[in-house]
Design a protein around this ligand. Structure first.
Ligand code: HEM
Length: 141
């Protein structure tokens, strides 16, 4: 029973985390259309900071803590599907950290990527999430 409650909590925070990962690069696209130092750019800096602080960072921590607790309680560390899932979630976490760095660079007025590249990058969490869900539900190996 406790296991199922932990799993429910895990999936709820996965949804929050993924929502944030999809939203932030969208914000970047709109932010980059505003001139550096303009009042509109300041608004986007504020929105990005809030999204990271209120949604993204807390969700990352809760997803990891609950996911590792689930894995330890069932001994999933010895199973192939779990290794593949871990590799993908490490990749998603690295993407998260990179996005946080991009937000700081944008706040300094740097525009490292074009809007088109940011939109293409937004496919990353969708593909990773689809693979993770297949691994965790089908457990193919
Ligand atoms: C961040 C590190 C993560 C760890 C350590 C982790 C670990 C786990 C574990 C051990 C389970 C229980 C599997 C079972 O009971 O069969 C689970 C369930 C689940 N995880 Fe994760 N997970 C993580 C992140 C994610 C992410 C990023 C997603 C989706 C994008 C995700 C989606 C799910 C889903 C949908 C389930 C429920 C599967 C089911 O009950 O059939 N997890 N996770």
């Amino acid at each position: 029973m406790t296991y199922l409650w932990l799993k429910a909590g895990h999936v709820i925070f996965v949804i929050f985390w993924m929502a944030g990962l999809f939203m932030l690069p969208r914000y970047f696209v709109y932010h980059q259309e505003a001139a550096p130092g303009s009042p509109e750019a300041a608004l986007w800096i504020d929105r990005e900071g809030k999204l990271l602080k209120i949604i993204l960072w807390p969700s990352l921590v809760v997803v990891w803590v609950l996911g590792l607790a689930l894995a330890m309680s069932q001994g999933f560390f010895a199973q192939g599907w779990f290794h593949a899932k871990l590799a993908l979630v490490l990749g998603l976490s690295a993407y998260h950290v990179w996005l946080a760095g991009y937000a700081r660079a944008l706040a300094r007025g740097e525009r490292r990527l074009t809007g088109r590249h940011l939109r293409m990058l937004n496919e990353v969490p969708g593909i990773a999430a689809a693979l993770i869900v297949v691994l965790v539900i089908v457990k193919p190996f």
